[in-house]
Design a protein around this ligand. Structure first.
Ligand code: AMP
Length: 277
């Protein structure tokens, strides 16, 4: 396995490659959710010339004030442990550039705009977030030129925006979605879970429990919002039922495949989750 920090070394390492490239983009602080993306990428390998590349980059563009915020500064950074995990998971190349390598002239002038899809739900609470995501993913696609790229269903809105970017910009990458990995208690794995104490974690389960109740039609959307806002120590940001492709709201009860997604803050940590309905 090679750990590469510069674009020049990366281009060099990929220059003579004859096989396909599978890319797993991450921000590091890896957990079982990330490793399931790597496993999916490995499972799709069809020739000894194929390669799995994982990127680790905490992208300031997708945080508030372009990274001038505590969420960005406090984001867990655990490169050594991440590199070990990725090596045992069978990754061939890790691309872990620093910010100056990715943005040598500072904030880019030209961005990818995520439009209406990126301005609702997560985008309403985090303005500009998906423009930052789309811009860095476009840069990673351009540098690594993957044939396939793997994204978690955990970030359903991100997945929808990236699929739409690939479609709208005619990017030649096959986007593959990977199901959400959860802890035994049902909480979706997230790098941010390490900020949760035991009580916070227990309280955070209200989100997955409410989504499951909606999925099983034990409650309707309005009841679900009330229950979640009344849950112990939970601050509800949103709970919506939308079309998985367009992210447009669907009236309850849905008559076609839909996605229920929600965001809460528990003990100062913002958490998102979703389930197919
Ligand atoms: P992040 O490092 O948080 O940017 O996540 C990198 C990738 O891992 C994204 O495509 C996420 O959707 C995916 N991911 C994060 N958590 C999970 C999870 N619990 N299950 C599946 N995929 C996940």
């Amino acid at each position: 396995m090679k750990l590469i920090k510069t674009k020049a070394e990366l281009v060099d390492a990929l220059a003579d490659l004859r096989g396909h490239i599978a890319l797993v983009p991450t921000m590091g602080a890896l957990h079982d959710g990330h490793l399931s993306l790597v496993a999916a990428a490995r499972a799709d390998i069809s020739s000894a010339d194929d390669m799995v590349v994982a990127s680790i980059f905490v992208n300031p563009l997708q945080f508030a004030q372009l990274g001038d915020c505590d969420d960005y500064r406090n984001y867990p950074r655990t490169l050594d442990a991440d590199a070990q995990l990725l090596e045992s998971a069978g990754v061939d190349i890790i691309f872990a550039p620093d910010v100056a390598e990715m943005y040598p002239q500072g904030t880019p002038e030209v961005w990818v705009r995520s439009g209406e899809m990126g301005s609702q739900l997560e985008g309403a609470s985090r303005p500009g977030h998906f423009d930052g995501v789309a811009t860095v993913v476009a840069k990673l696609f351009s540098l690594i030129r993957p044939n396939r790229a793997y994204f978690g269903q955990k970030d359903a809105q991100q997945l929808a925006v990236i699929k739409r970017m690939v479609h709208d910009l005619d990017l030649r990458v096959d986007i593959r979605a990977v199901p959400i990995i959860r802890g035994a208690d049902g909480l979706a794995e997230s790098s941010r879970n390490q900020h949760l104490g035991a009580t916070d974690r227990q309280n955070a389960l209200a989100l997955s429990a409410t989504l499951a109740a909606l999925r099983d039609r034990r409650i309707d959307l309005e009841q679900a919002r009330v229950e979640l806002s009344n849950a112990d120590a939970v601050d509800l940001d949103y709970l919506e039922v939308v079309s998985p492709e367009t992210l447009q709201p669907i009236t309850w009860p849905p008559t076609a495949p839909a996605l229920a997604l929600g965001a809460i803050t528990v003990g100062g940590t913002r958490l998102i989750d979703n389930m197919d309905i």
